[in-house]
Design a protein around this ligand. Structure first.
Ligand SMILES: Nc1ncnc2c1ncn2[C@@H]1O[C@H](COP(=O)(O)OP(=O)(O)O)[C@@H](O)[C@H]1O
Ligand SMILES: [Mg+2]
Length: 305
């Protein structure tokens, strides 16, 4: 099973929301990372077949998805970012309604809903109205509806918002179990949310694919660029003004431990720090996604542009 995104672009008037992206998705959990406005939702809609690319195409096992029609919908599950619920429906009725839309028989639908409610830990609230659920519970209803037809391809647009730490762990376990032999694509701008869930990542900025690879491969790109040291609290503003600080931690003795990104250490007390995926993301998005002219021509390793 393979999903091929082949030179896909989407233009809205003068704005290129997605710019010539090519990506081959194999079974496993994929993270689609990028700041707000990077083009994640637009790309996912085109993969879902609910938006036509301006150019390029998406192929499922070598066949363009437009020509698959209903057949594609049968193997596809989607949780949109702006997910419209029917607040007056109970969880059970809502899922039964979606199951009917997806063409499940009543018997299949009952069995599947029971199984899914258990897997997303919603069994206790299945008779409650959706309007009365917490944000995290609503997310889980959204995840359950995307899984109803047991899809081979599952696309989740920013699914981790509103989940508490316990729910995150359950969500991760659910997906790891599910992803065996299936393609799961999860978008987010919060890197730690997918760092351990996804085995591969695609990072996009300004509609362009910037880097792809496993967590280990991507993290290697910032190896030797992450440093840490402990400085007096009064020195923090000066360090902040000249360094890209990743994190600050106040120590008990009044000093501050800092982690920062730089080609070279900024003083002789800095030691190399083990890089994480978030460090690469901050390296690529130094101003949280605003283009940095100095970094647009970076070509090393798995970075494509
Ligand atoms: N329907 C649309 N009409 C015009 N511009 C759009 C539309 N949808 C998205 N865009 C623009 O395309 C860019 C990418 O948006 P989007 O795909 O939603 O990014 P993300 O999901 O990464 O935040 C943004 O600049 C956004 O304003
Ligand atoms: Mg989006």
């Amino acid at each position: 099973m393979e999903l091929l995104i082949d030179k896909v672009s989407k233009k809205f008037k003068d704005k290129k929301a997605v710019d010539n992206i090519s990506l081959e998705l194999m079974p496993g959990v994929w993270g689609l990372l990028g700041a707000n406005g990077a083009g994640k939702t637009t790309l996912m809609r085109m993969i879902a077949g609910i938006m036509q690319p301006t150019s390029g195409q998406v192929l499922y096992d070598g066949v363009p998805i437009q020509t698959l029609g209903e057949g594609y919908r049968d193997v596809f599950g989607f949780l949109p970012q702006e997910f419209g619920f029917y607040p007056e429906f109970t969880v059970k009725d809502y899922l039964a309604y979606v199951a009917a839309l997806k063409g499940l028989t009543e018997r299949e639908s009952r069995r599947r809903i029971r199984e899914l409610l258990e897997r997303v830990s919603l069994t206790d609230v299945y008779n409650k109205k959706i309007a009365r659920l917490s944000g995290g519970m609503k997310r889980r209803v959204g995840i359950a509806q995307a899984l109803l037809n047991d899809p081979e391809i599952l696309i989740l647009d920013e699914p981790t918002g509103g989940l508490d730490p316990g729910e995150r762990v359950r969500f991760r376990n659910l997906l790891s179990e599910f992803a065996h032999d299936r393609i799961v694509l999860i978008s987010t701008h919060i890197v730690p949310d997918v760092e351990y869930i996804a085995t591969c990542h695609a990072i996009i900025r300004d509609g362009r694919l910037l880097a792809t690879g496993t967590t280990e491969e991507l993290v290697r790109l910032v190896e030797g660029k992450v440093w840490s040291c402990t400085i007096p609290a009064r020195a923090v503003p000066e360090y902040e003004s000249r360094l890209q600080i990743i994190s600050l931690r106040n120590e008990n003795d009044g000093s501050v431990s800092i982690r920062y990104l730089a080609e070279n250490p900024c003083n002789d007390i800095s030691v190399p720090s083990v890089p994480r995926l978030e460090d690469l993301y901050l390296w690529l998005f130094p101003q949280g996604g605003v283009e940095n002219p100095k970094r647009t021509s970076r070509k090393k390793g798995g970075i494509h542009r």
